[in-house]
Structure formats: C-alpha cells, structure tokens
Design a binder for this molecule. Structure first.
Ligand code: SF4
Length: 473
C-alpha cells in the first residue's frame, strides 16, 4: 500500500514543481572489467545503487556519473582498465574508479588526476559513499523496489555465487593476495540463503567461485551455521552437498588440487553437483611448479584424475596453463605437453606469461623471450586442440542435458533434421561453463526458452562445439 501524500509541509510545498531533472532518478553508467569475481563485486555495487533509486544506463554520455570496476591482474588488464577510465572521462567527465587497480591509486591519478574517487577491491561501502557524494540518491522506497535476488549482470538463468574473498596461497606469479588479502570465507548459511534467493528468482545454474574454492572455510575452522533447521559446516564438501539439494545445476570453479577434492567426485557421480571440475593446474614440469609455488606432484595428480574418471565417467575437467614462465626450458615445456597427453583434459585455456609488476616470479629466473613464448603458446594450443576434439567426439551419439542460453527463432535448423520451422538455439551441456567452454547448437521442433533444460541427441562435433537435436524435455 502506498502512503497517503503528505500535504502542507514545507518540503512538499517546495517540491510541488520540481525540475524535470529532479523528477528522474540519478543515472549511473557502469563498466565491469576482469574476472567473474570482479563481476560479482559489480553486481553487489549495482544492486545497492538500484536499491537506493539510481538508474543504470548503458552509455556514459546518457549518465550523470560513470563507475569503472577495474582489473589489475596483468599489465594488459591494467592497460585495458586505464583505457576504460579514459573513455568514461571523455564521454562523461564524472568518473569513480574501483576494483583491483584501486589498490594502486597512484597509477590511476598519474594518468587521470580528474577522477572523482578511487576505491579498492571489495570496498562496496566506499564506492557507494563516493557515488552519494558526487550524485546524491533520490530515494523513493515505493518506486525503487529491488528484486529479492539483486541485480545480475549475467543472464537470468545462471548466476555466480561467491563463497569467499582473498587467498592464502602465494603463487609467485600472482598479486591477488596483495590486492585482495587473505582468505575470508562466508558462513555456509549465508551462501545457501543467497543460492535459495537466486533459484527462487529463476536461476537454474549456480557457478561457485572464489580465488580458491577448495580452501573454503579453512580460515574460520569450518564453522557451522544454521540453515533450514540444521547446521551446515563451512567446508567444501558440506557446502557442495547442501547446494546440490537445491535443485539447480551447481558448477565448481577454481578448485585447487588438494587431496580432499577427491571427496566431491562421488557427489558428481550421484548427480548432486555437475560432473565438472575447473582446476587451474598452470603447469606440469616439477621445476616450473616449484618456482610457481604450486603443488608439484603431477604424477600423483594423473593417478587421481584416472580415479576420478573411474568414479564419475562423465566428469569434464577444465584447466588453465601458463607458458613461458621465467626459466621454463624446452624440456619443461615438453614435459607439459606429455602431461597433457596423459591427462586428456577436456577443456583447456592457455596464457603467455606476463611479468605482472610486484609479482615474485619476475625475479626467480631468466625471462623467456617473447618469440619463444609465442611459439610455445601455438604449439600448446595445437596439441591440446587435438585432445579436446577427441574428447568431444566421444559425445557423438549420446543424449545430453543441455541448458539453453540463446534462442534464434525463425531460423531453420542446420540439417533440417527436426523438420520445417525448427528452432536453432545455443546451449551448453553439463560439461560446459558459460563464456569459457564450448556450446551445443540445437535444432528443435518445439520452441525453446532461455534457461530451459532439454535432452539433446548429439549428432556432430567440431573442434570446440557440438551439434544436435532435441529429443525430450
Ligand atoms: S591460488 Fe594462487 S593464483 Fe589463485 S589467487 Fe591464490 S595466489 Fe593467486
């Protein structure tokens, strides 16, 4: 129910003929750069601003103020962040900067002394306070109702669920612990309540993220918290099991290869969480892993991967690697290629090493020349492409559950196998994460909806993607 209008008070009288500008909500444009963790930070800031009555607009020129959430992980990401700040200043003039680069404000002010405020990563309150100072809110709680799930920057049917901030590891190439601090885990009940809200709002797939998902809860002694009349410990396995009860797809990202990861694989075999593990192995040569300050037991890891696949034959393993790390010899690189042959990972990304300012790795050994990095990157990609294509081919002839991401109505199917008027849509199997893995190109007689999960018979595979026809819902 709306409150009765107050009449006669001085403020009501003064505001009887407000200017058109005062009638509309203050407008903010928002640029979100960087990884999914930064995206979650952006969603929190935007959710808060929307709750306070700010309107989000697409263009800087149509906004009263611009916010840029930066990424500072690699030098190339910093350059992209600086370019985004420059663009926002040109097009709008009033700019607030936040995110990882905010941890080194001098780099920003040296180039752009005119930015209004700079705040660091996860400083939601400071960003919002800076917005208030530059552009006071016009809050009307009866008009500015916030959907209970908050504002998502991802499509409505999937959402990132951040379970902790920071990291206790000290990988020598990484400055994230310097920027974001040590691990701080959220209580399990807090995470589960957010997951429930998201699912109630239509989310079908939860992407669990953090800097190191398998370390979840180690900083708070796995403390239990009350959720739906029972206690749930802040432990990787317990949280995965509880999330798996909610009826949505649950995908685990950024899992460090600790031994206790083995425990979650049976949950995958039972269908409680998706049979998908995103483990950034980074390298395989023991000498390189030691310099990276990462676990260097890759032989044992091969045995564990084989065991995981015995327990859960559908398991998809995604990973990322770095080539051209300081001191990486040709022999180390060949060791990595051999390890890839033995591991047969499904999905793999590869970065050329970049000497991030402040990273210990730069001082550990001689830099690999750029031409060698480039050559190794191409060899790596060619090598893994053949392995990934082989793994994908094994899916031809199988039936897969596919979540629909995009629908192209009116288009004819590729082979017209589904008959006249077939809908062509794009989706993902349980083994494909959004934005980083492959897609399934889907033909269907019946129209499909975004977020719907259909059973698709896989008919063809190419290097990265699958093609098939809907055979059930
Ligand atoms: S696990 Fe290593 S690479 Fe990942 S955030 Fe922590 S220190 Fe950085």
């Amino acid at each position: 129910m709306l409150p009765a209008a107050r009449s006669g008070s001085p403020s009501a009288m003064e505001n009887r003929h407000p200017s058109p500008q005062a009638l509309r909500a203050p407008r903010v444009s928002f640029v979100s750069l960087g990884c999914p963790k930064a995206l979650v930070d952006s969603e929190r800031i935007i959710t808060r601003l929307r709750a306070e009555g700010y309107e989000l607009v697409r263009s800087h020129s149509g906004a009263d103020l611009a916010v840029v959430n930066t990424c500072g992980f690699l030098d190339s990401a910093q350059a992209e962040s600086l370019a985004a700040i420059g663009q926002a200043l040109n097009e709008n003039g009033k700019v607030i900067v936040t995110g990882c680069m905010g941890a080194e404000p001098e780099k920003i002010t040296a180039r752009y002394p005119g930015v209004l405020a700079i705040t660091g990563p996860q400083q939601y309150e400071s960003v919002v306070a800076a917005v208030h100072r530059a552009l006071p809110p016009r809050h009307d709680p009866f008009l500015d109702l916030l959907p209970p799930e908050g504002i998502k920057l991802t499509p409505r049917h999937y959402a990132y669920l951040k379970i902790s901030e920071g990291c206790n590891n000290r990988c020598s190439f990484c400055i994230i612990p310097k920027l974001r601090g040590n691990l701080i885990s959220r209580p399990a009940a807090d995470v589960l309540r957010e997951a429930e809200r998201l699912i109630a709002a239509g989310v079908k797939e939860l992407l669990v993220i953090s800097q190191d998902t398998s370390a979840y809860g180690t900083d708070i002694d796995y403390a239990a918290s009350a959720w739906n009349g029972r206690e749930v410990r802040a432990k990787f396995l317990d949280l995965a099991r509880a999330l798996g009860e909610l009826g949505a797809w649950v995908r685990l990202h950024y899992v460090y290869p600790y031994p206790h990861v083995d425990e979650v694989v049976p949950l995958m075999a039972e269908g409680k969480v998706l049979p998908y593990l995103d483990i950034p192995f980074q390298h395989a040569a023991p000498a390189v892993l030691r310099r990276m300050k990462r676990p260097a037991a890759q032989e044992k890891t091969l045995q564990r991967i084989a065991r995981w696949r015995e327990i859960c034959p559908d398991l998809t393993i995604r990973s990322t690697f770095i080539v051209g790390f300081p001191g990486e010899s040709e022999e180390d690189f060949r060791c990595l290629l051999d390890w890839l042959d033995a591991a047969e990972l499904d999905r793999v990304g590869c970065f050329r090493y970049e000497p991030v300012a402040g990273a210990l790795a730069n001082e550990l050994a001689a830099a690999v020349p750029d031409t060698v990095k480039e050559e190794r990157w191409h060899r790596f990609m060619g090598h893994q492409q053949a392995i990934s294509a082989r793994r994908l081919k094994r899916m031809v002839g199988t039936r897969q559950q596919v979540i629909i991401d995009e629908v192209h109505t009116g288009a004819r199917s590729r082979s017209d196998t589904a008959g006249a008027g077939a809908t062509v849509a794009k989706g993902r199997t349980r083994g494909d994460a959004p934005q980083i893995d492959g897609s399934v190109h889907v033909a269907s007689r019946r129209p499909l909806r975004r977020g719907e999960i259909a059973t698709v018979r896989i008919e063809r595979a190419d290097e990265y993607d699958l093609h098939g026809t809907v055979v059930g819902f």
